[in-house]
Write a new protein. Structure first.
Length: 275
């Protein structure tokens, strides 16, 4: 990891938003040899904490500069909002519609004596079991924030690194900054003009099964009802010319869903039918 330059606790008190950027590496397919990578933002505000992909903030900045209202959503990991110093999370999920899911995610940490030096910080090791996985974290008491990436929090210091023992998911702190005013992540409040609908885990699981059973339903219905031969339909850049073609693509999409059924909370993985 590159040398970290972070702003310590006395500055956090005066900052309206203290932002921590984590490099997130993950495997959609647990058997994959390579990781997918993206940057994630942890915004610690006076009253709440928000966690979301860095690309959302980039899109938000471009919208402000260009006067646009473009929406962007990445479903590899849910965006999260929680009150400060709380284990009560609200996950924001896009599954053909925009949903919010509330959960209580308290973690029982085991603090170990192992330490290591990262730049000017002393990191201490801790472990926990969460979401059906065993996790190893390194945190620093030098940054007196009981926060971390995703739902991971509750240690006596900021989490700098955390990964599961199967080497599927890894977060590493790479940068921090502070803003004089609270950063308003309004893009988490709605998607394409829609407010999130509060639902239960059962509803989310049902929606995931519906998508698996008919992954291209909207395209198929539009294709069948189309009466204008000039209209063209595309899926992932491929022009659709027949319902048989759509069926083949739907079958391939189901295979992908099965192969990439490796959520960070593995105990909530959907048991998809094999045929």
């Amino acid at each position: 990891m590159k040398k970290l330059i972070l702003l310590l606790f006395p500055f956090i008190l005066s900052a309206q938003t203290h932002r921590f950027i984590y490099q997130f590496q993950y495997k959609l397919d647990s058997t994959a040899k390579e990781f997918a990578k993206e940057n994630m933002i942890l915004d610690v505000n006076p009253d709440d904490v928000k966690f979301y992909p860095y690309s959302y903030a980039e899109t938000d900045s471009l919208n402000i500069i260009r006067g646009q209202r473009r929406s962007r959503w990445d479903d590899h990991l849910p965006a999260l909002v929680r009150k400060k110093d709380s284990f009560e999370n609200t996950s924001l999920i896009l599954l053909n519609d925009f949903f919010s899911l509330k959960s209580t995610d308290k973690m029982n940490w085991k603090l170990l004596n192992d330490t290591k030096i990262e730049g000017q910080y002393t990191l201490q090791k801790a472990t926990t079991t969460f979401g059906g996985r065993n996790w190893i974290a390194w945190f620093s008491k030098d940054v007196i924030l009981s926060e971390g990436p995703y739902k991971f929090r509750g240690l006596p210091g900021l989490i700098f690194e955390i990964e599961d023992d199967k080497n599927n998911f890894m977060f590493k702190l790479s940068k921090s900054m502070k803003f004089p005013k609270t950063y308003e992540a309004k893009f988490l409040e709605s998607f394409a003009g829609k407010k999130p609908l509060s639902v239960s885990e059962k509803v989310i699981a049902k929606k995931q099964l519906e998508i698996y059973n008919n992954p291209l339903q909207d395209i198929a219905e539009a294709f069948k009802s189309n009466t204008n031969p000039e209209n063209t339909f595309y899926v992932m850049g491929v022009q659709i010319k027949s319902l048989d073609q759509l069926k083949v693509m739907s079958d391939e999409r189901r295979k992908t869903i099965l192969r990439e059924n490796n959520p960070i909370e593995i105990d909530k993985a959907i048991k998809y039918p094999l045929n």
